[in-house]
Ligand binder design. Structure first.
Ligand SMILES: [Zn+2]
Length: 452
């Protein structure tokens, strides 16, 4: 890799300028701004390094195109899929920025600007790795399928349908993604999966209208009570979901998962102080990270009924609703869990409640001892010069299940952002040392996967 790394070091100043050029385009998906411009720019940048690239409409006049790039390397036996996203979060509040969000500024070895870390600097690292492999004479030893998503920051609403109907464009042996930031102390980390989510709203209606709680209190059914009684059936005394069959498909952690969990540092007392809680919730005997990574949960996210304003209003509410987020782990699926949720309601005598699915994500997980996982761990260890932390799963949800679960591609994610990259926040920044190491890591991953 020496020749490739030397090329990266020699050309790094130009790579930084190219990153600034991408970050100058305000591609804000929530505000439907700059996405076409950014897609056009990236198609050009991909063609420049020898990729066959195009912007592809995702359907619906309102939706921006995704950027697709591919390379068919002569003699390659393996295909690598790379995912990134070129949309950014809105920059507001603007007066909280020290420098304008879309005028990338270099200061103390960092580039400041919206999108520098999330995700422009991270996907550009893959593209510059491809350039370095091509132009240093090493060559790209795998076929590449690259997808740059224009809507990740708003939940990629079009992506699943698009990828499912264009599956042949994305077929690959391995999948790689750089996003997020390193752990505290800038310790590199790798993540191998995500929890899924089945987010449901439950609505209760007990009468045509609200009534006076004095004049009618007694004979009048109360929607708030009915909802509370239902919610009470949803979990047991230890706080675990009490829906019949909820846990039957849950994949337990492996030995490798348990070793990784044990190596993740956690200061329980500092955490309790920081969030201001007296005690950790959840089943006794289960560790903090096991609860987040391997345990499906059922959380009440919001309750609405009756009157909650200042003073009093003597009323019996006719309607009540709750928003419920069930986070799923590997081998559970949103349709399965939603069906079990509804069957539970019927069985407990709450069949009249309306349940609506508002959001779904499948869980995803690539085994830690998969050959791809081992190759990426080794590459990160070497390029960053530190032992990385391994997160078998992260608690949140993202679209990687589309590739992992639907297309069957093992996915590994490595954040190339510094711990304090301030993604989604004012003064977002990317430490240029991380950018450089990210490019080198991508180059090494591309080469090492070819040999598997
Ligand atoms: Zn983001």
């Amino acid at each position: 890799m020496d020749k490739v790394f030397a090329y990266i070091d020699r050309n790094f100043g130009r790579f930084v300028e190219e990153l600034a050029a991408v970050c100058r385009i305000p591609s804000v998906s929530a505000q439907k701004k700059g996405l076409d411009d950014c897609a056009r720019h990236l198609v050009g940048a991909m063609k420049e390094i020898g990729l066959d690239a195009r912007a592809m409409p995702m359907g619906g006049a309102d939706n921006p195109p995704l950027v697709y790039g591919r390379l068919d390397a002569p003699g390659a036996r393996r295909t690598l899929f790379i995912y990134g996203h070129f949309d950014v979060q809105p920059p507001e509040p603007l007066d909280a920025w020290d420098t304008p969000p879309f005028e990338p500024t270099l200061k103390d070895g960092r580039m400041y600007g919206r999108g520098t870390g999330d995700n422009k600097g991270q996907f550009l690292a893959h593209l510059k790795a491809v350039e370095a492999l091509q132009r240093s004479g090493r060559g790209v030893p795998v076929n590449l399928r690259i997808l740059l998503d224009p809507q990740e920051e708003i939940g990629s609403p079009m992506l699943e349908a698009f990828v499912t109907s264009h599956a042949d464009l994305f077929r690959a042996d391995f999948g790689y993604n750089a996003d997020g930031n390193a752990a505290e102390g800038n310790v590199p980390l790798l993540s191998f999966g995500n929890r899924g989510s089945c987010y449901v709203e439950v609505r209760v209606r007990t009468a045509r209208r609200d009534v006076h709680s004095g004049q009618f209190g007694g004979p009048m059914p109360n929607a708030a009570w009915r909802l509370v009684e239902f919610l009470q059936t949803l979990r047991d005394a230890s706080g675990r979901p009490a829906i019949e069959g909820f846990f039957e498909n849950v994949l337990p952690p492996t030995e490798a998962d348990r070793r990784a969990l044990a190596a993740i540092p956690f200061n329980k007392e500092a955490w309790k102080k920081e969030v201001g809680v007296a005690e950790e919730a959840g089943p006794p005997g289960m560790g903090y990270f096991e609860k987040i990574m391997f345990q499906p949960t059922l959380s009440i996210c919001g309750l609405t009924s009756g009157y909650g304003g200042p003073g009093t209003k003597t009323v019996i509410p006719s309607q009540a609703s709750a928003k419920i987020d069930m986070r799923l782990v590997k081998n559970q699926t949103p349709p399965e869990i939603f069906e079990k949720f509804r069957a539970h309601a019927r069985r407990r005598g709450f069949g009249d409640l309306e349940a609506v699915q508002l959001l779904t994500y499948h869980p995803s997980k690539t085994p830690l001892d998969h050959p791809m996982s081992e190759a990426v761990i080794a590459a990160v260890r070497e390029v960053f010069g530190k032992e990385p932390l391994l997160y078998p799963v992260t608690g949140g949800s993202n679209p990687s299940y589309i590739f992992n679960e639907i297309l069957g591609i093992p996915m590994v994610k490595v954040p190339y952002g510094n711990y304090d990259e301030a993604n989604h926040a004012p003064n977002e920044n990317l430490d240029l040392d991380f950018f450089r190491r990210g490019i080198k890591t991508s180059a090494k991953v591309i080469c090492d996967l070819a040999a598997l």
